[in-house]
Design a protein around this ligand. Structure first.
Ligand code: CIR
Length: 274
């Protein structure tokens, strides 16, 4: 799908070819990258992203989500928030409720304002009010949450989060993020009771109930692979990780991510899935 001016209005894309296969998600919220996207936060040292190319890669991404039978809700670009297309950090969405986060970077705090009314159409809303939390630090697997204690997500945010989700019968394990921006920068669920993660995290007792696929040191960015309706979306250009993922027997889609990587972003960051 071309990213045109039409995307400056909230747009829904419906895939007409639905079937009855297992689905963990039916919807995704995304936001069109703004021309200001190069002014966002980054530690990557890979140069400034090109806004047009960022939108081209974003276009591939939403086409993939649509092909995977998600209804994609496309929010308009907002130049006031250069990181605003990394919508994952603004909320945590479960089958029963959505938690509006309080992002740990000051420049991103206001991003939640326009996300909440969209999610409120689908889920009961809860909020992080005191501490800080980025959705990129929250990995949900069934009724379990793994939450990264990171530069963006603090103890106070995790305490509030835990109090909310325990009401709904969820369990929380806290994982200290030693490298990278967020927990999901390097630890992700990829179906078949399997986590894709780096060797350091693989030894964490909280992950002992899962099989592991280890991401090699030179391919850590590929740890940010997205599991949707029993398909995997993984960044192109990481052949070792791709070969390991193939052993799961799932359909795998690769897609270019160079412009997102320049801003410490990846595939999970670009959507809220529910
Ligand atoms: C930031 O530093 O906040 C953005 N440039 C990147 C956010 C990536 N989000 C994510 O991994 N969930």
């Amino acid at each position: 799908m071309a990213i045109t001016a039409a995307c400056e209005q909230a747009t829904r894309i419906k895939n007409g070819n639905r079937d009855e296969r297992m689905k963990n998600f039916t919807n995704a919220i995304v936001r069109v990258p703004s021309n200001s996207c190069g002014n966002g936060l980054t530690t990557a040292n890979l140069g400034r992203p090109n806004a047009e190319q960022t939108r081209t890669q974003f276009g591939h991404y939403i086409n993939i989500l649509s092909d995977l039978e998600l209804t994609v809700i496309v929010l308009p670009a907002n130049p006031a928030f250069p990181d605003g297309h990394f919508v994952e950090d603004t909320a945590v969405v479960t089958p029963e409720f959505a938690i509006i986060t309080r992002p740990g970077a000051t420049s991103r705090e206001g991003e939640v304002v326009t996300i909440e009314p969209v999610l409120a159409r689908y889920r009961r809303i809860e909020r992080i009010r005191q501490g800080h939390m980025d959705g990129g630090d929250v990995l949900m697997v069934g009724k379990r949450f793994f939450v990264g204690l990171s530069n963006r997500t603090d103890q106070a945010g995790i305490r509030e989060f835990t109090a909310i989700v325990e009401k709904y019968g969820y369990r929380v394990d806290v994982i200290e993020v030693m490298a990278g921006l967020h927990l999901k920068s390097i630890v992700n669920f990829v179906g078949r009771n399997t986590l894709l993660l780096d060797a350091d995290n693989a030894g964490h007792p909280a992950f002992a109930d899962f099989d592991h696929i280890i991401v090699g040191q030179n391919e850590e960015y590929a740890g940010n692979t997205l599991w949707i309706n029993d398909n995997l979306i993984t960044p192109e250009g990481y052949p070792e990780t791709l070969a390991k993922l193939k052993q799961l027997g799932l359909k795998i889609i690769t897609t270019p991510t160079s412009e997102f990587k320049k801003m410490d972003g990846g595939l999970t960051c670009l959507s809220l899935r529910f």
